[in-house]
Each structure stands twice: as structure tokens, then as C-alpha cells.
Design a binder for this molecule. Structure first.
Ligand SMILES: [Fe+2]
Length: 291
């Protein structure tokens, strides 16, 4: 009698169903206050159409007055068409987010926060037939009050685990310095589809595909006032800088822009292209957002 062949499990690519079509992702640079939410409202439907976007990620940690994101603003941004909202060191600045984030599958905080912190550091989404993992990591240099675990040690392990069950991995690296960002870019080249920098709110001109196929950019910019300091009213920010006396920052409505990056991800889980977007937005009808 012929010996039975051992059962061979189908390949992972069959199990998860690789899509032959690339998936196009729009990452929206940090939303600063109500002017930033206004930009999403005005620009996102057009951008989605013009750039054939399948999936939208936005950094929302400054959506509530520039410092943190409250529950209501997170719901509003999600309803405006943002699939995933990420947040860095300011994730818990608004108290209601601490209880809202564990219940909200569209919100992600940094994976290298202490184990057991409210919320998740990565989540799974489906877009264009692909199973995507979105991960957020905080950098270590430059943050004065936050001391997360080492992202450079964490990501290789996390990515190898996520690759078993996902078609592609997108990383939002929320860090202060381009040096730290570049370190992670080259360490993880070929292991993830994209590493998109955030936090500095200054759109950088260094978007590129590395040799292993990973799309990278140092910073995806801001969504809000181009003329504000970090998107906020300049005189108040100058005063704080000169005197070190804390004062409440003010939202600013001068020269609004939605900034970010578009990444096309292929069936190999790497990137075909990356380019930045700048979409000027008028302040028309701003009162309806200014409640
Ligand atoms: Fe930040």
C-alpha cells in the first residue's frame, strides 16, 4: 500500500488571497486643530478620486487644538473617510481618549508604549483585497517626557510575526530626528512596505523607494495652517518660546493645506511608488467646522 503523503498546508498567499492589483494608500500628515479637520472635509473626497486611493491613514494627535485628540474629533475624522487615525506621544492628552481608544478599531497608539497601555500598537485592515498591518512606533530621541521601548529592537520581531498573517506592513514612525528615522528605514528595508515619518509637521522632500522595495519619507507634513508655527497661531508660540511661560496655543486659519504622501503597495508587500501631496484648501464655510 502506498504511503500517504503528508498533508501540505496551502501557502500563506493562497490562504490570505493575494490581490493582483496594487493598493494605493494616502497618509495624511498631522491634523492640527479644527483648521486641519476642515482641510480633511474639503480635500479628502477630491484627493481620493484624483489619486485612486484605496485606504486612508491620518496622524490625528493634534486634531483637538493641536494637543491630543478627543473622542468626538476622532469619530468626526473617521466619518470623513479616514480609515485609520494614528497618534504619537500626545495620544492620551485628551482624557476621554484613554477610555475611547481600546473600543475603537480605527485608532492606533505607539506599539512601544508600556505593555498593557490603553489601545493597540498595530491593527489589521483589508483594502483592495490585501490584508494590511498598520503599526505605529515612537522614536526615542528628542522626547522629553516619553521614554518608550526601543523601536529598533521591537520592529524586526514584530514585523516578522505580522508577515506571517498579512500581505503588507505599513509603519508610522513618529520621531523627532531624521537620523533616527533613517536608521529604521535602512534596518527594515525589504521587510515592510512603507515607513512614513511623522511628528515634525514639516513635509520633507526625501520620499523614495529603497533597494529592498520599502517606501520611506522622513516627514509627511501637516494638515492645517501652512503659516502657523506647527500649524498654530505664531505670536502665542513665539511668546512661549521666548519666556517659557505656558500659555494656551491658538488655532490658526491662514493658508490651509492638506499635506501627506501616497504609497502604492504591490502583491509582494513592497512599494511601487511614493510621492508627496500638497492640496491648498480655502477657508470658505469654515464656521460650520468651528463649533
Ligand atoms: Fe508628536
Amino acid at each position: 500500500m502506498r504511503e500517504r503523503e503528508p498533508y501540505a498546508w496551502p501557502k500563506l498567499s493562497i490562504l490570505v488571497g493575494f490581490s493582483s492589483m496594487p493598493v494605493r494608500v494616502l497618509y495624511i500628515g498631522e491634523i492640527v486643530g479644527k483648521p486641519g479637520i476642515h482641510c480633511i472635509k474639503k480635500a479628502l473626497p477630491l484627493l481620493k478620486e484624483q489619486h485612486r486611493i484605496d485606504f486612508v491613514i491620518a496622524n490625528g494627535e493634534g486634531a483637538t487644538g493641536g494637543f491630543g485628540i478627543g473622542k468626538n474629533h476622532s469619530i468626526q475624522i473617521h466619518k470623513l473617510g479616514v480609515n485609520v487615525i494614528t497618534a504619537g506621544e500626545k495620544v492620551y492628552y485628551k482624557k476621554d481618549m484613554v477610555t475611547h481608544i481600546p473600543k475603537s478599531p480605527y485608532l492606533i497608539r505607539a506599539a512601544n508604549f508600556p505593555y498593557g497601555n490603553p489601545g493597540r500598537g498595530w491593527r489589521t485592515y483589508t483594502a483592495g483585497g490585501m490584508k494590511l498591518a498598520v503599526v505605529v512606533l515612537l522614536g526615542q530621541s528628542g522626547f522629553q517626557r516619553v521614554h518608550p521601548a526601543n523601536p529598533h529592537l521591537m520592529l524586526p520581531q514584530l514585523a516578522s510575526k505580522l508577515r506571517e498573517e498579512h500581505d503588507a506592513i505599513i509603519v508610522d514612525f513618529h520621531a523627532c530626528t531624521t537620523a533616527e528615522k533613517a536608521n529604521l528605514f535602512y534596518r527594515m528595508d525589504g521587510e515592510v512596505a512603507a515607513i512614513l515619518g511623522s511628528h515634525t509637521k514639516a513635509l520633507s522632500a526625501d520620499g523614495r523607494i529603497l533597494q529592498g522595495g520599502t517606501a520611506v519619507i522622513s516627514d509627511t507634513g501637516r494638515t492645517g495652517s501652512l503659516f502657523g508655527i506647527g500649524g498654530l497661531e505664531p505670536q502665542t508660540e513665539i511668546g512661549k518660546f521666548l519666556t517659557q511661560i505656558p500659555e494656551r496655543s491658538k488655532e490658526y486659519w491662514e493658508e490651509l493645506e492638506l499635506q501627506g504622501a501616497v504609497v502604492e503597495i504591490n502583491e509582494k508587500g513592497t512599494a511601487n511608488e511614493i510621492y508627496t501631496v500638497r492640496f491648498p484648501v480655502s477657508t470658505e464655510n469654515r464656521m460650520e467646522d468651528d463649533s
